[in-house]
Design a protein around this ligand. Sequence first.
Ligand code: PAF
Length: 294
Amino acid sequence: MNVVDTLKALRAQITQWKQTGLKVGLVPTMGNLHQGHLSLVQQAQSLCDRVVVSVFVNPMQFGPNEDFERYPRTFQADSAKLKDLKVDLLYLPSVDEMYPNGLEQTRVVVPDALTTLLEGASRPGHFDGVSTVVCKLFNMVQPDVALFGQKDYQQWLVILRMVQELALPVEVVASPIVRDRDGLALSSRNQYLSSAQRGIASKLNVILQEVAMAIASGNRYFKMLEETASQNLLQAGFDDVDYICICDPDTLQPATSEQVKCVVLAAARLGETRLLDNTLVRVNSPVKEPLSRC
Ligand code: PAF
């Protein structure tokens, strides 16, 4: 595996691959790799001739009181996992390499309608940091395909929108959520949990699935379902619920009773740790008459 930390070295390798017509895949990460990331790598390998993984803990997407400083940095372990998978290139830019003029630089801003609700409401400015760094990584690596986890559903929609509106020549693929045995979505932040919190954490997916089943079996009282789920999360031991919302899967606006497909998204806190999860629901029997969100 070729490991590079400068744009110059990265470009030299990418140019060589492109000259021979090879298809390049990119898996952007912030490191601390788990099976969710590794499944993205494997999917990229099945779609492309060469795979680049980037590891960059992006300061621009963290708020002032968030976990940028303590975000786990586990280079040796990450590098060993990627080597085992025979990844072609690991790109490890420094903050200076990524932001040579500092963080007050040109930004990519996807419209508010998609970026200021849900995660954007809890983490103002977060998606500007994500879209800026992902756009830069696309310009640096020039991938044909880039892969993202569906766990960060809103992030995936924001990136799709950026790619479409800036006409970036890259295919964006979302990969299914990888879960622990008890259903907890894998995340680098799970390791912040104490063992008692870890026991509670799996309830997030259980409660999301209950909402999904209710919708799939015809319940359209979305507001009531959201409120009950939120109470259930608190009862299960979560300290706070940032949101649990039943949304249109393309716009993230509140789902209507006409919806054939929805996404149920949740963010809940255990102590300092914020956990995210979501599930897509296909509605088997859409109701004809519009029902207001009661
Ligand atoms: O999902 C992540 O790990 C990050 O938001 C990403 C896409 C690598 C951008 O920093």
